[in-house]
Design a protein around this ligand. Structure first.
Ligand SMILES: [Zn+2]
Length: 347
């Protein structure tokens, strides 16, 4: 399904792309949330259109987290999650996304007392089955919600280890999102250490609304292999050098940072500075439905506001594949597909 707000075709539509930072729950467009309200006979189904839309409006980061929560309250059963995962696959395929890693919020699912294992199994099944036909290979990352604290984080990791041991090999990692300023990193050291020992890969949202110290803690204490956003890295030269030397990829998103108030303007985004400084970066949508964006729009913005060229996009996407959490065999096939698509006469 096309983005309802898009009137023109992006020049980057056919460019093969990789998305490493994308939340399933933030990818449910309002019309689909409305459909879920109807299917699940929720009181919000009776709301007039304007009042319904108001649930997803916000002006700052805490407001955004509430809008995210409103979406999750419409995802009642495993089949709802599976349905929205299928809708997202359609969108990714239409934007030439050849590989995506998608977060699913284990913390929120447990907090809302929904059946986490069945939900994760359902979404993994959808992307495994639909991936080849829709053109996007997908792996999943189970996300801890930071402000829910240590106990729930341990339970999210328990589930990830259990599901992985049961053969769910497209669940590749554990992440942590939510309110970065809520609880210190040390509280999650044990849980993430267990995830790492079980072979799960680690990515942490850090330096999005907090300073460089939050990124240092994600690296030193939680052993993050990638950082979600990492905006604050530009304030710390030593950190910039460390990220480059250790080849830690920053999963960046432009519209997201402006809509949550982390940045005033897209032009202020350090993505190009990171790339020119030798850091590994990727460009992502984060929560496309909640931010009214898609990956093509993010590429358009990177070109017009930050001066990105085709070469920049190509090197960034190669790097994203190299820093993906997929298996070595899958990475090699994807890199080959990426180069083949680049040499297509349509590009
Ligand atoms: Zn995120």
């Amino acid at each position: 399904m096309a983005d309802p707000e898009r009137n023109t075709v992006s020049p980057w539509k056919l460019l093969p792309k990789v998305e490493l930072h994308l939340h399933l729950e933030g990818s449910v467009w309002p019309q689909d949330v409305r459909e879920l309200a109807r299917r699940n006979h929720l009181p919000s189904a009776e709301l007039p259109a304007k009042a319904f839309a108001r649930q997803f409006q916000y002006s700052d980061f805490p407001g955004f987290l509430l809008a995210f929560k409103s979406v999750t309250e419409h995802l009642c059963q495993p089949r709802d999650y599976a349905w929205v995962a299928g809708r997202l696959m359609d969108r990714l395929g239409a934007q030439s996304v050849i590989y995506a890693e998608i977060f699913i919020s284990g913390g929120v699912i447990l907090k809302q007392r929904k059946p986490l294992d069945e939900i994760v199994e359902a979404v993994c099944e959808v992307t495994r089955t639909d991936g080849p036909g829709k053109g996007t290979e997908v792996n999943w990352i189970l996300d801890i919600t930071r402000q829910f604290g240590r106990k729930l984080a341990e339970e999210v990791v328990d589930a990830a280890i259990r599901l992985r041991a049961a053969g769910l090999d497209n669940l590749v990692g554990v992440g942590m999102g939510g309110d970065e300023n809520s609880i210190e990193a040390n509280e999650f050291k044990h849980a993430l250490g267990r995830a790492r020992e079980a072979g799960l890969r680690i990515t942490i949202h850090a330096g999005e609304v907090a300073g460089p110290n939050s990124i240092w803690e994600a690296l030193d204490i939680l052993k993050a292999e990638r950082i979600g956003h990492g905006l604050a890295a530009r304030q710390d030269e030593r950190l910039m050098r460390h990220l480059a030397e250790k080849s830690i990829l920053l999963e960046c998103a432009l519209t997201s940072n402006v809509k949550t108030g982390a940045l005033q303007r897209i032009e202020d985004h350090p993505l190009k500075h990171f790339l020119r400084s030798g850091l590994a970066v990727s460009l992502n949508t984060d929560d496309p439905a909640l931010f009214s964006t898609d990956l093509e729009k993010e590429y358009d913005l990177a070109e017009t506001a930050l001066g990105f060229t085709r070469e920049d996009f190509v090197s960034m996407n190669r790097s994203a594949l190299e820093h993906s959490f997929t298996s070595p065999g899958s990475r090699a096939s994807l890199l080959e597909l990426f180069e083949r698509r680049l040499s297509s006469p349509q590009l």
